[in-house]
Design a protein around this ligand. Sequence first.
Ligand SMILES: Cc1cc2nc3c(=O)[nH]c(=O)nc-3n(C[C@H](O)[C@H](O)[C@H](O)COP(=O)(O)OP(=O)(O)OC[C@H]3O[C@@H](n4cnc5c(N)ncnc54)[C@H](O)[C@@H]3O)c2cc1C
Length: 445
Amino acid sequence: MSYTAVRTPRFASKAAWAEILGQGATYPALENAQTADVVVIGAGFAGLSAARRLKQLDPQLQVTVLDALDIAEGSAGRNSGFMIDLPHDLASEDYAGGGDEAALIALNRQAISFARDAAEEFHINPAFVDPVGKVNGAATPKGDAHNRSYGAHLKALGETSEHLDAQAMAELTGSHYYISGLYTAGTLMLQPAGYIRGIAAGLACIGVQIHARSAVLEFSSHGSSWRVRTAQGHVDAPKIILATNGHLESFGIAKGRLMQLFLYASMTPELDAEEVRTLGGAARWGITPADPMGTTMRRIDTAQGGNRIVTRTCATVRPDMEASAHDIARASAVQRRKFADRFPQLGAMKMEYEWAGHLCLSLNGVAVTGEIAQGVYAATVQNGLGTARGTLTGIAAAEAALGHQSAVTDYFADEAVPKSLPPRPIATWGANAYLRWKEYRARAE
Ligand SMILES: Cc1cc2nc3c(=O)[nH]c(=O)nc-3n(C[C@H](O)[C@H](O)[C@H](O)COP(=O)(O)OP(=O)(O)OC[C@H]3O[C@@H](n4cnc5c(N)ncnc54)[C@H](O)[C@@H]3O)c2cc1C
């Protein structure tokens, strides 16, 4: 049995979160013939969490992690860094989700604890894992109504939230754009590249072999073992964890069931002292939009890579798993407009970084986990909340691979399979038209 990758990850834009931290540790590409007990393919949230969980369960295990890119160059270093504990259903009007939300909140909190423990164990800069919570910002009465209904939904779940008025929002962000906000305390705010690099470095210290720039081209069974092949070498191992998120489909698995979505973001240059003064507000904050299709804004400070503001908005479905220069240019123009609406005091600011990143959804919001061939375990398809869900699917795959049962493995074992998508290209056109319409409706948020 063999699985061949029809494509491997490629990004035309830089991963800003890694760039602003400067050169990280380098890891060699895989060369020659090697062996391991478990090969993890993918060094994002899922892959690195899987590797850590494997070593927790069996410190003697020989674990090799392979990534096609440099560490934190993939979507793990391209996201906005909100590791959210609460329901965050992007398909809903106000994030309220369905299903057993209390169970999911408990699991998300387990993922957050896992990340915080890892940060402590591996001495990661505390500014990269900041437990400050986040605010759902509302710019319109409709957004405010979304926040109020979400707040009521949280209350019914026994969760607390705090309503902020326009003045409190301005004091926090320096922007007079928001009319209100809903603060929830449980979100862990990551410097995503700092966190991912820190985990990789910590794993390397405890004996995990990490190979960057080592795209897996094929894995095939040879007796009771799998051979995982890259351009310059291979690793033989009885077990594989596939932590490639949407690139699961590139190996021919779950074909026609995965939505390959690209999100876009931009980051200002480092603000100088005068700009920081003009901006006002606190040094760190994170605002998710009251309408899930609106604009996420985030302010970071010198401990996280400089006094900067990050703007994230726009989404496109790209089944070929690449965002074009045109996609990025369109999104960047929208982001500059959103930024200027919120921070007129900073004038027309030219962004230092504009980028795209990849995430993967299923129509029914389920992940793809479990044993997909003998000895091959998946930790993929994280849907909207990939920092928490990626961490959880990685834990689940590691535990399943070692025959360990827990609340995490039970949760994913009970999930349905991803629903089939309508045929392409009609589904892609339809999905993109729908996203544009949702973006338009949420344009003020
Ligand atoms: C702009 C943007 C903002 C976002 N904001 C947030 C947010 O605030 N909060 C949140 O929770 N989520 C957010 N996300 C989503 C989040 O980034 C992803 O869901 C998350 O990275 C998924 O983790 P993962 O480990 O499953 O996949 P990834 O992080 O994509 O990691 C998969 C890894 O597999 C590697 N890989 C794939 N194929 C191969 C191969 N053949 N060989 C070797 N390696 C391979 C890739 O290079 C990649 O490094 C955002 C995404 C984007 C793009």
